[in-house]
Design a protein around this ligand. Sequence first.
Ligand SMILES: Cc1ncc(COP(=O)(O)O)c(C=O)c1O
Length: 303
Amino acid sequence: MVVERSRAADLSQSYLDKGERYIAPANSRYFNIVAERGEGSYLWDVNQERYLDFAQGIAVNNVGHCHPKVVEATRKQIGKLIHCSAVTHHTLNVALAEKLAQISPGDLDCVFLNNSGGEAVDAAIKMARFVTGRPNVIAFNGGFHGRTLLATTLTTAKAHYREGYEPLPSGIFFMDHPYCFRCPINKSPSSCALDCFDLFEQMFHRVVKPNSVAAIILEPVQGEGGVVAPASSYPDGSAYMRRLREICDQHGILLILTRCKQVSVAPDSGSLLKILASFRMFRLWPKELQAAFRWPGSLPLKN
Ligand SMILES: Cc1ncc(COP(=O)(O)O)c(C=O)c1O
Protein backbone atom coordinates (compact mmCIF):
# COMPACT_ATOMS: atom_id res chain seq x y z
CA MET A 1 0.00 0.00 0.00
CA VAL A 2 1.59 3.31 -1.07
CA VAL A 3 1.26 5.95 1.63
CA GLU A 4 3.48 8.67 0.17
CA ARG A 5 4.09 9.38 -3.49
CA SER A 6 7.30 10.91 -4.68
CA ARG A 7 7.62 13.32 -7.61
CA ALA A 8 11.13 12.16 -8.42
CA ALA A 9 11.94 10.45 -11.72
CA ASP A 10 11.26 6.72 -11.80
CA LEU A 11 14.54 5.04 -10.88
CA SER A 12 13.14 1.56 -10.52
CA GLN A 13 13.06 0.58 -14.20
CA SER A 14 16.83 0.24 -14.58
CA TYR A 15 16.95 -2.08 -11.52
CA LEU A 16 14.06 -4.09 -12.89
CA ASP A 17 15.78 -4.40 -16.27
CA LYS A 18 19.09 -5.45 -14.69
CA GLY A 19 17.31 -7.81 -12.32
CA GLU A 20 15.67 -9.50 -15.29
CA ARG A 21 19.02 -9.73 -17.02
CA TYR A 22 21.15 -10.97 -14.10
CA ILE A 23 18.89 -12.67 -11.53
CA ALA A 24 17.65 -16.20 -12.19
CA PRO A 25 13.92 -16.24 -12.99
CA ALA A 26 13.46 -18.78 -10.17
CA ASN A 27 13.88 -15.79 -7.77
CA SER A 28 10.57 -14.29 -8.89
CA ARG A 29 8.97 -11.34 -7.05
CA TYR A 30 5.33 -10.47 -6.43
CA PHE A 31 5.66 -6.74 -7.10
CA ASN A 32 7.80 -4.49 -9.28
CA ILE A 33 8.77 -2.43 -6.26
CA VAL A 34 12.51 -1.88 -5.85
CA ALA A 35 13.02 -1.49 -2.13
CA GLU A 36 15.85 0.62 -0.78
CA ARG A 37 15.32 0.99 2.94
CA GLY A 38 12.92 0.06 5.70
CA GLU A 39 11.97 1.24 9.15
CA GLY A 40 9.41 -0.49 11.36
CA SER A 41 6.27 -1.05 9.31
CA TYR A 42 7.41 1.06 6.35
CA LEU A 43 9.42 0.42 3.21
CA TRP A 44 10.84 3.06 0.88
CA ASP A 45 11.59 2.29 -2.74
CA VAL A 46 14.33 3.79 -4.91
CA ASN A 47 11.94 6.60 -5.86
CA GLN A 48 11.50 7.43 -2.17
CA GLU A 49 7.91 6.29 -2.26
CA ARG A 50 6.83 5.07 1.15
CA TYR A 51 4.84 1.84 1.53
CA LEU A 52 3.02 0.49 4.54
CA ASP A 53 4.45 -3.02 4.42
CA PHE A 54 1.80 -5.57 5.30
CA ALA A 55 3.97 -8.42 4.01
CA GLN A 56 7.09 -7.87 6.17
CA GLY A 57 9.18 -10.62 4.58
CA ILE A 58 6.04 -12.76 4.27
CA ALA A 59 5.28 -12.55 7.96
CA VAL A 60 8.70 -13.54 9.22
CA ASN A 61 9.97 -10.06 9.97
CA ASN A 62 7.94 -9.75 13.12
CA VAL A 63 9.97 -7.01 14.75
CA GLY A 64 9.65 -4.75 11.71
CA HIS A 65 12.34 -3.45 9.38
CA CYS A 66 15.68 -2.56 10.90
CA HIS A 67 14.59 -2.66 14.50
CA PRO A 68 17.18 -0.57 16.40
CA LYS A 69 17.99 -3.41 18.81
CA VAL A 70 18.54 -5.86 15.93
CA VAL A 71 20.68 -3.33 14.06
CA GLU A 72 22.76 -2.57 17.15
CA ALA A 73 23.27 -6.23 18.07
CA THR A 74 24.18 -7.09 14.47
CA ARG A 75 26.66 -4.20 14.23
CA LYS A 76 28.28 -5.28 17.46
CA GLN A 77 28.61 -8.90 16.39
CA ILE A 78 29.88 -8.37 12.85
CA GLY A 79 32.68 -6.26 14.25
CA LYS A 80 33.67 -9.23 16.39
CA LEU A 81 33.11 -12.48 14.48
CA ILE A 82 30.88 -13.24 11.52
CA HIS A 83 31.35 -16.82 10.41
CA CYS A 84 33.21 -19.94 11.42
CA SER A 85 31.13 -22.65 9.74
CA ALA A 86 31.69 -26.18 11.08
CA VAL A 87 35.34 -25.52 11.85
CA THR A 88 35.01 -24.23 15.41
CA HIS A 89 32.27 -23.73 17.98
CA HIS A 90 30.77 -20.28 18.34
CA THR A 91 29.79 -18.73 21.65
CA LEU A 92 26.52 -17.32 20.38
CA ASN A 93 24.99 -20.33 18.71
CA VAL A 94 25.61 -22.33 21.89
CA ALA A 95 23.88 -19.59 23.90
CA LEU A 96 20.99 -19.40 21.42
CA ALA A 97 20.48 -23.18 21.39
CA GLU A 98 20.44 -23.23 25.19
CA LYS A 99 17.87 -20.44 25.31
CA LEU A 100 15.62 -22.10 22.71
CA ALA A 101 15.82 -25.44 24.52
CA GLN A 102 14.90 -23.74 27.80
CA ILE A 103 11.79 -22.04 26.46
CA SER A 104 10.59 -24.90 24.24
CA PRO A 105 7.87 -27.19 25.54
CA GLY A 106 7.91 -30.88 26.39
CA ASP A 107 10.86 -32.94 25.23
CA LEU A 108 12.15 -30.29 22.85
CA ASP A 109 15.60 -29.78 24.32
CA CYS A 110 17.96 -29.96 21.36
CA VAL A 111 18.25 -27.46 18.53
CA PHE A 112 19.41 -27.75 14.92
CA LEU A 113 20.25 -24.28 13.61
CA ASN A 114 20.25 -23.66 9.89
CA ASN A 115 19.62 -21.01 7.29
CA SER A 116 16.16 -21.56 5.92
CA GLY A 117 12.81 -23.27 6.18
CA GLY A 118 13.52 -25.57 3.23
CA GLU A 119 16.71 -26.81 4.87
CA ALA A 120 14.88 -27.35 8.16
CA VAL A 121 12.27 -29.47 6.39
CA ASP A 122 14.96 -31.55 4.68
CA ALA A 123 16.78 -31.99 7.97
CA ALA A 124 13.58 -33.07 9.75
CA ILE A 125 12.85 -35.72 7.12
CA LYS A 126 16.45 -36.93 7.19
CA MET A 127 16.30 -37.15 10.96
CA ALA A 128 12.96 -39.00 10.91
CA ARG A 129 14.29 -41.55 8.42
CA PHE A 130 17.53 -41.93 10.35
CA VAL A 131 15.88 -42.38 13.74
CA THR A 132 13.05 -44.68 12.68
CA GLY A 133 14.89 -46.57 9.94
CA ARG A 134 11.71 -46.20 7.82
CA PRO A 135 11.57 -44.79 4.29
CA ASN A 136 8.17 -43.14 3.83
CA VAL A 137 6.66 -39.77 4.69
CA ILE A 138 3.09 -38.48 4.59
CA ALA A 139 2.46 -34.83 3.80
CA PHE A 140 -0.79 -32.93 3.32
CA ASN A 141 -2.32 -31.68 0.08
CA GLY A 142 -2.08 -27.91 -0.15
CA GLY A 143 1.08 -27.77 1.97
CA PHE A 144 4.11 -25.62 1.26
CA HIS A 145 7.48 -26.73 2.57
CA GLY A 146 10.10 -24.83 0.58
CA ARG A 147 12.21 -25.00 -2.53
CA THR A 148 14.91 -27.59 -1.92
CA LEU A 149 14.32 -30.78 -3.87
CA LEU A 150 12.84 -32.69 -0.94
CA ALA A 151 10.78 -29.72 0.28
CA THR A 152 9.52 -29.26 -3.29
CA THR A 153 8.49 -32.92 -3.28
CA LEU A 154 6.47 -32.38 -0.10
CA THR A 155 4.83 -29.26 -1.53
CA THR A 156 1.44 -29.42 -3.23
CA ALA A 157 0.20 -25.87 -2.66
CA LYS A 158 0.57 -25.14 -6.38
CA ALA A 159 1.59 -27.44 -9.23
CA HIS A 160 3.99 -24.84 -10.62
CA TYR A 161 6.34 -25.37 -7.64
CA ARG A 162 6.85 -28.93 -8.91
CA GLU A 163 6.54 -28.35 -12.65
CA GLY A 164 9.70 -29.12 -14.58
CA TYR A 165 11.47 -30.80 -11.63
CA GLU A 166 9.92 -34.26 -11.95
CA PRO A 167 10.65 -37.02 -11.26
CA LEU A 168 10.73 -35.95 -7.62
CA PRO A 169 12.16 -38.17 -4.85
CA SER A 170 10.05 -41.17 -3.93
CA GLY A 171 8.59 -42.27 -0.61
CA ILE A 172 6.30 -39.24 -0.18
CA PHE A 173 2.52 -39.78 0.06
CA PHE A 174 -0.25 -37.20 0.35
CA MET A 175 -3.24 -36.98 2.64
CA ASP A 176 -6.15 -34.58 2.06
CA HIS A 177 -6.00 -31.59 4.36
CA PRO A 178 -8.93 -31.58 6.81
CA TYR A 179 -10.41 -28.37 5.44
CA CYS A 180 -14.05 -28.23 6.58
CA PHE A 181 -14.96 -25.38 4.23
CA ARG A 182 -13.90 -27.48 1.24
CA CYS A 183 -14.34 -30.89 2.84
CA PRO A 184 -12.38 -33.56 0.93
CA ILE A 185 -15.19 -36.05 1.51
CA ASN A 186 -18.10 -33.59 1.14
CA LYS A 187 -19.28 -33.68 4.74
CA SER A 188 -20.45 -30.81 6.88
CA PRO A 189 -19.02 -30.29 10.37
CA SER A 190 -22.44 -30.55 12.04
CA SER A 191 -23.06 -34.12 10.79
CA CYS A 192 -19.50 -35.41 10.71
CA ALA A 193 -17.51 -37.45 13.20
CA LEU A 194 -14.22 -36.22 11.78
CA ASP A 195 -14.78 -38.77 9.04
CA CYS A 196 -11.88 -37.49 6.95
CA PHE A 197 -9.61 -39.13 9.50
CA ASP A 198 -10.71 -42.49 8.05
CA LEU A 199 -8.66 -41.57 4.99
CA PHE A 200 -5.63 -42.59 7.05
CA GLU A 201 -7.05 -46.09 7.50
CA GLN A 202 -7.61 -46.31 3.75
CA MET A 203 -4.14 -45.01 3.01
CA PHE A 204 -2.54 -47.47 5.41
CA HIS A 205 -4.58 -50.28 3.90
CA ARG A 206 -4.19 -49.45 0.22
CA VAL A 207 -1.10 -47.33 -0.27
CA VAL A 208 1.52 -47.46 2.46
CA LYS A 209 1.91 -49.61 5.56
CA PRO A 210 2.07 -47.50 8.72
CA ASN A 211 5.13 -49.39 9.95
CA SER A 212 7.02 -48.08 6.92
CA VAL A 213 6.13 -44.44 7.64
CA ALA A 214 8.88 -42.42 9.31
CA ALA A 215 6.96 -39.16 9.67
CA ILE A 216 3.80 -37.22 9.05
CA ILE A 217 4.54 -33.58 8.30
CA LEU A 218 2.11 -30.71 8.29
CA GLU A 219 1.77 -27.00 8.78
CA PRO A 220 -0.64 -26.67 11.73
CA VAL A 221 -1.99 -23.66 9.83
CA GLN A 222 -1.40 -24.00 6.10
CA GLY A 223 -0.05 -20.81 4.59
CA GLU A 224 0.20 -21.02 0.80
CA GLY A 225 -2.67 -23.52 0.87
CA GLY A 226 -4.98 -20.68 1.95
CA VAL A 227 -4.43 -20.05 5.69
CA VAL A 228 -6.27 -23.20 6.70
CA ALA A 229 -6.29 -24.67 10.21
CA PRO A 230 -7.17 -28.37 10.37
CA ALA A 231 -10.90 -29.00 10.75
CA SER A 232 -11.32 -25.51 12.17
CA SER A 233 -15.10 -25.50 11.63
CA TYR A 234 -15.47 -28.76 13.49
CA PRO A 235 -16.94 -28.27 17.00
CA ASP A 236 -13.72 -29.34 18.74
CA GLY A 237 -11.09 -27.39 16.83
CA SER A 238 -8.16 -29.38 18.18
CA ALA A 239 -9.67 -32.87 17.71
CA TYR A 240 -8.00 -33.60 14.37
CA MET A 241 -4.57 -32.71 15.66
CA ARG A 242 -5.00 -34.80 18.77
CA ARG A 243 -6.08 -37.81 16.68
CA LEU A 244 -3.06 -37.25 14.50
CA ARG A 245 -0.87 -37.35 17.60
CA GLU A 246 -2.57 -40.60 18.67
CA ILE A 247 -2.18 -42.29 15.31
CA CYS A 248 1.51 -41.32 15.25
CA ASP A 249 2.04 -42.73 18.75
CA GLN A 250 0.15 -45.89 17.85
CA HIS A 251 2.37 -46.61 14.85
CA GLY A 252 5.68 -45.15 16.02
CA ILE A 253 5.50 -42.36 13.43
CA LEU A 254 7.17 -39.00 14.12
CA LEU A 255 4.88 -35.99 13.87
CA ILE A 256 6.63 -33.00 12.32
CA LEU A 257 4.89 -29.66 12.69
CA THR A 258 6.26 -26.78 10.71
CA ARG A 259 6.14 -23.21 11.81
CA CYS A 260 2.81 -21.41 11.93
CA LYS A 261 3.64 -17.97 10.72
CA GLN A 262 0.03 -16.88 10.46
CA VAL A 263 -0.27 -17.27 14.20
CA SER A 264 3.05 -15.69 14.95
CA VAL A 265 2.23 -12.41 13.21
CA ALA A 266 -0.24 -11.39 15.89
CA PRO A 267 0.39 -7.80 17.03
CA ASP A 268 3.50 -7.33 19.14
CA SER A 269 4.63 -10.87 18.50
CA GLY A 270 8.10 -11.85 17.46
CA SER A 271 8.99 -14.35 20.09
CA LEU A 272 9.19 -18.11 19.94
CA LEU A 273 6.65 -18.17 22.73
CA LYS A 274 4.03 -16.73 20.39
CA ILE A 275 4.75 -19.45 17.87
CA LEU A 276 4.49 -22.05 20.59
CA ALA A 277 1.14 -20.58 21.58
CA SER A 278 -0.25 -21.98 18.36
CA PHE A 279 0.56 -25.48 19.57
CA ARG A 280 -1.17 -24.72 22.81
CA MET A 281 -4.15 -23.72 20.65
CA PHE A 282 -4.24 -27.29 19.29
CA ARG A 283 -3.50 -28.74 22.73
CA LEU A 284 -0.60 -30.89 21.58
CA TRP A 285 3.14 -30.77 21.85
CA PRO A 286 5.32 -31.75 18.96
CA LYS A 287 8.31 -34.05 19.32
CA GLU A 288 10.05 -31.95 16.76
CA LEU A 289 9.37 -28.30 15.99
CA GLN A 290 10.50 -26.50 12.90
CA ALA A 291 10.93 -22.84 13.45
CA ALA A 292 13.69 -22.07 11.04
CA PHE A 293 12.30 -18.70 10.14
CA ARG A 294 14.43 -15.76 10.89
CA TRP A 295 13.06 -14.18 14.01
CA PRO A 296 15.74 -11.55 14.30
CA GLY A 297 14.47 -9.29 11.54
CA SER A 298 14.96 -11.99 8.90
CA LEU A 299 18.67 -12.55 9.51
CA PRO A 300 19.74 -16.14 8.87
CA LEU A 301 20.57 -17.88 12.13
CA LYS A 302 23.09 -20.57 11.36
CA ASN A 303 26.35 -19.40 12.82
C1 LIG B 1 5.55 -23.63 6.01
C2 LIG B 1 6.80 -23.29 5.27
N1 LIG B 1 7.82 -24.16 5.28
C3 LIG B 1 8.98 -23.89 4.62
C4 LIG B 1 9.16 -22.70 3.94
C5 LIG B 1 10.45 -22.44 3.21
O1 LIG B 1 11.21 -21.54 3.90
P1 LIG B 1 12.52 -20.87 3.22
O2 LIG B 1 12.00 -19.97 2.14
O3 LIG B 1 13.18 -20.14 4.35
O4 LIG B 1 13.35 -21.99 2.68
C6 LIG B 1 8.13 -21.74 3.92
C7 LIG B 1 8.31 -20.46 3.20
O5 LIG B 1 7.44 -19.61 3.11
C8 LIG B 1 6.91 -22.05 4.57
O6 LIG B 1 5.88 -21.20 4.54
